[in-house]
Design a protein around this ligand. Structure first.
Ligand SMILES: CC(C)(COP(=O)(O)OP(=O)(O)OC[C@H]1O[C@@H](n2cnc3c(N)ncnc32)[C@H](O)[C@@H]1OP(=O)(O)O)[C@@H](O)C(=O)NCCC(=O)NCCS
Length: 162
């Protein structure tokens, strides 16, 4: 297969906004954690597809810690970008912020790291283009993603041995 042209990390950037409606909420008037997780998966999946330009599946989602709730009437703002590309898999980082629509004040809701695998027409993992990192922040994200990948693959091996 011919070498693929590297794709800039910024090309995968996704911003997704969602007004929190009563249908998204639990009995405390805040968004269900599972709903925020679904939005996170969606934003990250779009970033992975923007990089790979192939169908992708979620291979794993790292620990998700909710730092503050998103209330009905607030805006959930999700920012996703590919942090690192390995062979067929990519780590995507997602930042979820809460925005108060009347003041614009923003707070961190949660941060997440997801791994997606690109699939070819045969439904098997298929290599994707390398990532072109252009800033110190992107280089740092790439280094940190490699450390997290090692931990993830160790966990995967441990689960396989069970
Ligand atoms: C993800 C999946 C395609 C991996 O298939 P597989 O046969 O295990 O493939 P491989 O062992 O060749 O791994 C393929 C890549 O996935 C990565 N991977 C597999 N499991 C992983 C995990 N738990 N965490 C992180 N990366 C993982 C591998 O490291 C490899 O990456 P690389 O090519 O960049 O080195 C397969 O397990 C699958 O289809 N899972 C279900 C996905 C799904 O239904 N998601 C939810 C709905 S979208």
């Amino acid at each position: 297969m011919a070498p693929m042209t590297p794709v800039p990390a910024t090309a995968s950037h996704v911003e997704m906004t969602q007004l929190v409606m009563p249908s998204h909420a639990n009995s405390h008037g805040t968004a269900f954690g599972g709903t925020v997780m679904a939005w996170t998966d969606l934003a990250a999946g779009m970033a992975a597809m923007r990089h790979a330009r192939l169908p992708v599946v979620t291979a794993s989602i790292d620990q998700l810690v909710f730092r503050s709730p998103v209330r009905i009437g607030q805006i959930a703002l999700l920012r996703a970008q590919v942090n690192a590309v390995f062979a067929t898999s990519m780590e995507v980082g997602v930042l979820v912020l809460t925005e108060e629509p009347l003041t614009g004040e923003q707070r961190l809701c949660c941060e997440a790291y997801l791994t997606f695998v690109a699939l070819g027409p045969d439904q098997h993992p298929r290599p994707v283009a390398p990532l072109l990192v252009e800033s110190e922040l992107e280089r740092q994200r790439q280094r940190e993603a490699s450390t997290r990948r090692a931990a993830r693959l160790e966990l995967r091996e441990a689960l396989r041995r069970k």
